[in-house]
Ligand binder design. Sequence first.
Ligand code: FES
Length: 145
Amino acid sequence: MYSEKVMDHFQNPRNMGEIEDASGVGTVGNAKCGDIMRIFLDIDDEGIVRDAKFKTFGCGAAVATSSMATEMVKGKTIQEALQVTNKAVMEALDGLPPVKVHCSLLAEEAIHAALWDYAEKHHIVIEGLQKPKNDISEGEEEEQY
Ligand code: FES
């Protein structure tokens, strides 16, 4: 059901934990399944993501996607980090079963929320970044879990 990469990132998650005095912190949840993900970003003066960590209270797919997503944003510019979509994360994990696709949305939205927090703290506008939702199940069509 799960690819080897998903199993690997679930069993040996990278970047688990938190960053003290992070430049940006984003927390999002999905009220339908009750899962919550928090992503911490450390962004330097040049706008490069120096470090990324996560805390996820959620299913295995959510843990694997947070692990992969934090790996993928490290060393990237803010604009490049914005391109780390749930699709990109899923591709990097060699796919997720269809019922688990929504879990990867948590990672994308948590990164956006952390970037939003960073932008607010620095009074800047990040082009292409829209205000993230706290609950990604908001406005979603009814789905079966
Ligand atoms: Fe809720 Fe995976 S994030 S079931």
